[in-house]
Ligand binder design. Structure first.
Ligand SMILES: NC(=O)c1ccc[n+]([C@@H]2O[C@H](COP(=O)([O-])OP(=O)(O)OC[C@H]3O[C@@H](n4cnc5c(N)ncnc54)[C@H](OP(=O)(O)O)[C@@H]3O)[C@@H](O)[C@H]2O)c1
Length: 249
């Protein structure tokens, strides 16, 4: 029987890995998605949707479906799923691999302040006397900044947020990445942005704003990634496939 591989997905790595494994007859593939977005893009292979019900639920799923290996390809900031996967795989004795894009690293000329949460980011904005700020965050995260009355915010999001948190001065910019460098240069310059607030998501889809910020002397307040469990981790798809080839079934 083919080994059953469970991909914990939802981010671009999960889709890319599903494309590779589904095209390879050696594996039986099950994709798991949290099911938060209305119409998620569906990866190839079997799909299950929604939470497992914590660690116990995932242990039950791994046993019931006789899963041979799990690849946690969730987003770098989806850390609860990562911790649950580590515990469940240990309990069920199923090998676990983390597939994760590398974090962004500062380069000469960058003016980054690294923070661990949005309260620290707010503190930095006040200290730096920011006035025109691009908030490039998830929709659920922008509310924390609504009390900063001295600042004009450009709120970049994929879908409109209703109701919008009570910002004193803000404009919504609806657009979906990837964003190229020319686009980001123009946006930052036209809007006279002095500070960007974002998360260290890594990857290339949204990294151009950091280059444009460096060129234009714009400060960046960057949220560090959450701590994840210590599990074998790779950044590339071919490394994930090699790891799968090495595990015993
Ligand atoms: N956080 C982000 O910024 C971000 C960005 C892009 C995409 N995503 C994707 O969106 C999903 C949810 O993100 P999140 O930050 O809310 O995750 P999270 O905080 O790590 O997980 C919260 C709960 O959602 C369920 N869950 C998460 N990922 C799942 C998956 N792939 N399959 C089944 N259940 C899953 C689990 O529920 P149970 O405990 O019931 O199992 C988990 O405990 C993730 O799959 C992630 O890859 C997240």
């Amino acid at each position: 029987m083919k080994p059953s591989i469970l991909i914990l997905g939802g981010a671009s790595e999960g889709y890319a890995l599903a494309d590779v494994l589904a095209a390879d007859a050696r594996w039986q593939l099950i994709n798991s998605l949290a099911g938060r977005t209305g119409i998620p893009r569906l990866p190839p292979g079997e799909i299950r949707m929604g939470g497992f019900g914590g660690v116990a639920g995932l242990v039950g799923f791994l046993r019931q479906r006789a899963i041979d290996a799990v690849i946690d390809a969730t987003h770098p900031f989806a850390d609860t799923m990562g911790w649950n996967a580590a515990q469940a795989c240990e309990q069920a004795q199923v090998p676990l691999l983390r597939l994760e894009r590398p974090a962004w690293e500062p380069e000469p000329g960058d003016q980054w302040s690294l923070v661990d949460d949005w309260n620290q980011a707010i503190h930095q904005l006040e200290q730096q006397q920011a006035r025109r700020v691009l908030l490039a965050l998830g929709r659920q995260e922008i509310a924390a900044f609504a009390g900063l009355d001295q600042i004009w915010f450009l709120l970049r999001m994929v879908m409109p947020l209703q109701p919008l948190p009570p910002f004193a001065a803000a404009e919504v910019l609806l657009e979906r990445g990837p964003f190229d460098l020319a686009h980001e240069r123009t946006l930052l310059a036209q809007q006279a942005i002095d500070t960007i607030v974002c998360r260290n998501s890594g990857g290339t889809a949204t990294s151009a704003k950091l280059i444009a910020a460096r060129e234009q002397g714009i400060r960046v307040i960057l949220r560090r990634r959450p701590v994840r469990p210590q599990v074998p981790t790779v950044a590339r798809l071919d490394e994930a496939v090699r790891w799968l080839e090495r595990i015993e079934h």
